[in-house]
Write a protein that binds this ligand. Sequence first.
Ligand SMILES: C[S@@+](CC[C@H](N)C(=O)[O-])C[C@H]1O[C@@H](n2cnc3c(N)ncnc32)[C@H](O)[C@@H]1O
Length: 333
Amino acid sequence: MSLPPPELPAPLAAAIEARLAGRTQATLRESARRLSERYRSRQPTREAIRDETDALAYAATRMPATYAAIVTALGRLEEECPDFVPRRMIDVGCGLGAAACAAATLWPSVAEISLLDSSALLLRFAASLMKESGAAAAIETIDADFATTGAIEAAPFDLVVAGYALTEIADSELPAVADRLWSQTSGALVIVEPGTPRDHARLMGVRARLVALGATIIAPCPHQAPCPLPADDWCHFSVRLARRRAHRLIKGADAPFEDEKFAYLAVGRFGAASPPSARIIGPPRAGKAGISLRLCADKAFRETFIPKRDKPRYEKIRRKDWGDPLRAPAEEI
Ligand SMILES: C[S@@+](CC[C@H](N)C(=O)[O-])C[C@H]1O[C@@H](n2cnc3c(N)ncnc32)[C@H](O)[C@@H]1O
């Protein structure tokens, strides 16, 4: 089963490019520079993005990568739960709507989308981008603070997604936010965060809370036990995406692609159809004699080596990548 393409869908990319065409490159470059500076000093997005030009700089330089990470995490959910057909979804901390767009691309069944953010500027921008890119779903915007708002809506959503949003709230707010996000789903909850040690550690706190609330872990963990990684290690994944021309021009970046590192968690009121026995949690290292893999398996983390001379196992494994699930018995290693 293949993952969805990581690049922004063409209609959304075209809608962003149409808006970029109305600004000079110098203005966008300056906004992108200021945005990076504000993010480096850990300013939250609602302070870092102050006007439409800043929002466009985000659309050109960050949104393609956050979209890539989110659509990959949602792809992992779909891979494990092929019968899941969400109709109503909410994009919590939507920014410009990367998660909403990823969900609508992956599941054409999504007919109602709620966009929630505490930035009125971003909410307006996200809703108009979705309309300009021809979204078929009905769009609702909710101007609210997800860290303090009680129930977001009375009726739960089939799918709740928070993409790169929890990273902006305080540690002390995480437990209540985890409870609230979980209470808002009748199906699945997916949280995607930057792939850093800090965000992984926080996500593991949220994971423990969700398990205590009765959530079933669908991905990436192939088990429900506490995370077995040592404290100085962190579980994260990577997605490679082609850089659009606008991104290269605005950031002055030469490389035709970028690698976005992310951490994620997909949980549900149901489990995987056929839970994997292990997941590859690092880039496979191929050598002359075989392949080394970092695996999360059997409630434990381990390194394993598959020699080339073990042909049947080697042939199965060599096509696998970082993030892929392994299923017993055929791929048991
Ligand atoms: C880094 S941006 C990510 C945007 C988008 N989800 C993406 O993946 O591109 C974080 C977003 O979360 C929103 N946000 C942060 N804290 C929030 C809060 N407490 N309530 C509502 N929105 C919040 C910010 O306004 C911003 O739009």
